[in-house]
Design a protein around this ligand. Structure first.
Ligand code: PLP
Ligand code: LYS
Length: 414
């Protein structure tokens, strides 16, 4: 069930009118639906049913504290990639014992913090990181739980910028080195080998690449067992795609069933790191049309939201649906929806057929993941406010930045 639907010619976010939220909090504005976040998380968690597992929401997709808090209350785990994300998970009430720490560049300070909090596992991405983690753990008198992220060299069939599982990508340990690095991890005194991890990319709409990666990982796990290295969990990463346009990604039930079938009778605990599948369609981005403008071959709608707020169209040529909050019963015309930022790449959508006038509100759908999380202050624009709706209530979960806040900590020369 969609929680962003029209009633009486006006768009609602759950029980709240988007017009009212835009009026109250101003635009550009992100709106998230608690019910959708919960439904998506349960869809994942229920898909794996009673097989031992942990759903670790990928915080990078949307790290708003209220979003994290909604998921923490469901008992979610979290996949983090920085000390900042770890701090936010803790602030939001997340359980550090359900945190996995991914990323190719963990610093000593981040390792210390995570060890002191007692996270579930470090997903280690190189031999150098492994040695560093062993040293840090030894210094703190701790044993670091580790999983090695192995690069399976499979083509995820997604945008090259968000494909991570090919051998030319910077992520993970090469398959042909994996056994040597596992043996080293096993031998190091301040590490405990727990798992094998892989993540092959984002916005995957087919199951096959996941299964190809899994087959390679399971073969590795079997070879490790022969060497006496017992693996407790297999972290399948994130990457399950969503529908932005006409994509038909597998439902979590189908995806999980396919993975479980591949597992056979192995007793491995499964860890999932979904980000987009939970957050993308739980959020919308609301922007107001400032001006309409026409030149000899293009019609533009200049809106108050821009690439600094939502960079996916500019960065990946990503297509996200753009709809009016109050549809007009008039002839549609074709517009490029562009922001005020001084870049030709500053567009939210191109060639969209819409009936609109200055002052109208537009919604960019599927903006809950990699929307606000990738926002910047480019062109010294304050970042948008964020609102969470819960039935007919709405909560401001992050204020719009004020210009003065942008200058916090900045100084003139003496
Ligand atoms: C290690 C890791 N885990 C999980 C994710 C989340 O991916 P997605 O949002 O596609 O589920 C990412 C991002 O691609 C990632 O790099
Ligand atoms: N930011 C990307 C996804 C990257 C996933 C992070 N590993 C997107 O918006 O599609």
């Amino acid at each position: 069930m969609d929680h962003f639907i029209y009633q009486d010619n006006t768009l609602y976010a759950e029980g709240c009118r988007v017009n009212d939220l835009a009026q109250q909090y101003g635009t550009p504005l992100y709106i998230y639906s608690r019910a959708t976040l919960e439904r998506h998380w349960h869809a994942f968690n229920n898909a794996v049913a009673d097989h031992p597992h942990l759903v670790c929401y990928a915080v990078k997709a949307n790290s708003n504290l209220a979003v994290l808090n909604v998921l923490a209350r469901l008992g979610s785990g979290f996949d983090i990639v920085s000390g900042g994300e770890l701090a936010r998970v803790i602030e939001a009430g997340g359980d550090p014992a359900k945190v996995v720490f991914s990323g190719v560049g963990k610093t000593v300070a981040e390792m210390e913090k995570a060890l002191n909090l007692g996270i579930y596992c470090f997903n280690v991405e190189s031999s150098a990181e492994l040695e560093q983690l062993n040293d840090v753990a030894g210094r703190l008198g701790k044993i670091a739980p580790v999983s090695l992220r192995v690069n399976p060299d499979v083509d995820a069939g997604t945008h090259p910028y968000i494909s991570t599982g090919l051998k030319e990508n910077k992520f993970g340990i090469a398959m042909d080195e994996a056994e040597v690095v596992f043996a080293r991890a096993h031998a190091l005194p301040h590490l405990q080998v727990k798992g094998v991890d892989c993540h092959i990319g984002s916005q995957l709409t087919e199951i096959q690449p996941f299964l190809d990666a899994m087959d390679r990982m399971l073969a590795l796990i079997d070879r490790l067992a022969e060497q006496g290295i017992v693996i407790e969990h297999f972290d399948v990463g994130g990457g399950l795609g969503v529908t932005y346009d006409d994509e038909t990604p597998p439902h979590p039930d189908v995806y999980a069933a396919a993975l479980l079938a591949r597992l056979g009778d192995r007793k491995l605990k499964l860890i999932f790191e979904p980000g987009r599948a939970i957050a993308a369609n739980a959020g919308i981005f609301v922007t107001q049309v400032l001006y309409l403008k026409e030149n000899s071959d293009k019609r533009f709608a200049i809106v108050d939201g821009a690439m600094n707020d939502l960079i996916r169209p500019a960065l990946y040529s990503a297509w996200q649906n753009i709809i009016p909050v109050n549809p007009r019963n008039e002839q549609a015309q074709v517009f490029d929806i562009v922001g005020p930022v001084c870049e030709t790449g500053d567009f939210l959508g191109k060639d969209r057929a819409l009936a609109i006038a200055a002052g109208d509100l537009l919604v960019v759908r599927s903006s809950g993941a990699y929307g606000f999380a990738m926002a910047s202050n480019y062109n010294t624009r304050p970042r948008a406010a964020e609102v969470m709706v819960d039935g007919d209530k709405a909560y401001l979960v992050r204020e719009r930045e004020k210009l003065a806040q942008l200058w916090q900590g900045e100084q003139l020369l003496p």
